[in-house]
Design a protein around this ligand. Structure first.
Ligand code: NAP
Length: 493
């Protein structure tokens, strides 16, 4: 229905994005915020038609899609407020000291936008991590123009959302080229966008394979650029002994829900549960198995993802000394994701890297360690993760410092007695983690701190007050928080 963009169309989109960037980056923060809030309004204005289109393309239920659109609108509005408030700029001012030896010059620093950002959305979040999702909102807040590579799994939804953005751009008199929507079923389109000289950063949400490829292309350019790829994760959950003894059955119930939420199609899905051999662990396994058997399978996003789930789950179960504990016993239809739980020993897990890989869907493996020493070894062998969870009493935490420190070292969000599914949109959220969960563990893709990904610092030395940007002028005309001579203040200098 939509043709792949030609080389000429990509060239035009990038040239226009480059020209628009030079106009947009100079607009006041309030104007950027107005644009973002207008996108949010237009997204709401798309009404039921947008929800129905997304339902027809993704198999996601109506309530989930309405909730996700609400989240996307909230992201746009809340990042707009953060954009205008200006804390993310990190403005700092060190005034001159003329009689210092040597004299200290006046130095003032803030963040400025990088340039046109190319964004790739994920199949499993047609709104919140796609065309008008968190990456787009962050890039607009930072002062960048945006070029989207539409995800082929929800192309008509993406087209409608792009229409809402373009309408908002028109209403707010944004420069032509502030936003472009590119179709392309082949990876060549993505490569052309990432390697285009006008592209100055990339935002990606999706698989490890896709994210790493884009990261490599971004780094192999003559002028390397940052590629912020949020990729898959298996989100380990550690069951500590005292907590497990006190609440094995309740934890099993809680996790049966988390493993199968959204047919397991979340990057925060708990794909790995680690406990120590004991009666309590056996109770947990039995209860988890019984509950999983009763969970009704539901359709996955599309036949490709359903097929990949069947293949990857089968491969995990084929590994030596991996045993199926239970699978849903309720009749499933074509393209349904059948919930399943497997188990293996700590040694099997340590020896087999296949078991460390994400199986995208309602599948999790329970690892049975001999003792705490082996649990620590497992924690130390894990790759970087978006999240890690401890199910633990206070005593479990204080008695097992080495485990706690080892787990803290590999994750971006460290959860205690809760589930990893569900990512709150707020300033304190960190949605990112050490590689391979993410290509840059210093940044988040959720929460207004994500704006910082698409900006860089610049220090102005010895500039006259009237020539400085408003953010750094003595009189602080924007009323933003700044660090002046090492003190955080909104006062004038
Ligand atoms: P995907 O297959 O990686 O697709 C994401 C986007 O990247 C698509 O536009 C895709 O283009 C493009 N892409 C993929 N491989 C590429 C390559 N080799 N070269 C160029 N472009 C490429 O991911 P998905 O299936 O949509 O999403 C599921 C995955 O996303 C899961 O692993 C899940 O854990 C992860 N995820 C992560 C997060 C997070 O925040 N970390 C959030 C949600 C999902 P085409 O469509 O043209 O193939």
């Amino acid at each position: 229905m939509f043709n792949d963009a030609s080389t000429e169309e990509i060239e035009l989109a990038m040239n226009e994005a480059w020209a628009a960037f030079h106009v947009y980056r100079k607009l006041p923060l309030a104007k950027r915020a107005e644009f973002m809030k207008t996108i949010a309004f237009e997204l709401e204005n798309c009404g039921d038609a947008l929800i129905h289109t997304a339902m027809s393309e993704t198999n996601l239920p109506e309530a989930r899609l309405r909730g996700e659109r609400g989240r996307t609108i909230f992201q746009l509005n809340s990042y707009a407020v953060a954009c205008e408030k200006g804390d993310w700029l990190g403005a700092s001012i060190d005034t001159a000291i003329a009689d210092k030896v040597p004299p200290k010059p006046d130095i003032r620093k803030m963040l400025v936008p990088l340039g046109p950002v190319v964004i790739f959305g994920a199949s499993n979040f047609p709104f919140a991590y796609s065309t008008a999702g968190g990456d787009t909102a962050s890039a607009f807040a930072a002062g960048c123009s945006v070029v989207i590579k539409a995800h082929p799994a929800h192309i008509r939804t993406s087209q409608m959302v792009a229409g809402a953005i373009l309408l908002a751009a028109e209403k707010c008199n944004m420069p032509k080229g502030i936003f472009a929507h590119i179709h392309g079923a082949s990876f060549e389109t993505g490569k052309a966008l990432v390697t285009h000289p006008h592209t100055k950063a990339v935002g990606f949400t999706g698989s490890y394979t896709g994210g790493k490829q884009l990261f490599d292309w971004g780094n192999q350019r003559k002028e390397p650029i940052p590629v912020f790829a949020e990729m898959g994760s298996i989100n380990p959950v550690f069951l500590l002994p005292e907590k497990l003894k006190n609440a094995a059955a309740e934890i099993a119930q809680l996790y049966a829900g988390s493993i199968t939420l959204g047919v397991g199609q979340f990057c925060t899905n708990p794909g790995l549960i680690i406990g120590i051999e004991s009666e309590a662990l056996q109770i947990f396994i039995n209860e988890l198995g019984k509950t999983i058997q009763k969970i009704t399978p539901a359709p996955m996003l599309n036949p490709g993802i359903a097929g990949a789930y069947v293949k990857n789950k089968a491969n995990a179960l084929l590994q030596e000394d991996v045993h199926l504990i239970a699978a849903s016993e309720i009749v499933s239809k074509e393209n349904d994701g059948l919930p399943a739980i497997a188990t293996a020993t700590g040694q099997t897990f340590l020896n087999n890297p296949v078991l460390h890989q994400e199986v995208f869907g309602p599948y999790s493996i329970v690892i049975r360690c001999k003792n705490m020493a082996e649990m620590i070894e497992v924690a130390k062998h894990l790759e970087g993760q978006l999240t890690a969870t401890l199910m633990a009493t206070d005593a479990d935490i204080t008695d097992n410092d080495e485990l706690v420190e080892s787990v803290k070292n590999i994750c971006g969000r460290f959860i205690l007695n809760n589930v990893p599914t569900g990512v709150e949109v707020c300033l304190s959220m960190h949605h990112g983690g050490p590689f391979p969960s993410c290509t840059d563990s210093r940044f988040t893709s959720v929460g207004a701190d994500g704006i910082k990904r698409f900006a860089r610092p610049i220090a102005f030395q010895n500039w006259s007050n009237h020539l400085l940007p408003d953010e750094l002028k003595n009189e602080n005309p924007l009323g933003i928080w700044r660090t002046v001579n090492n003190e955080l203040t909104r006062s004038v200098v």
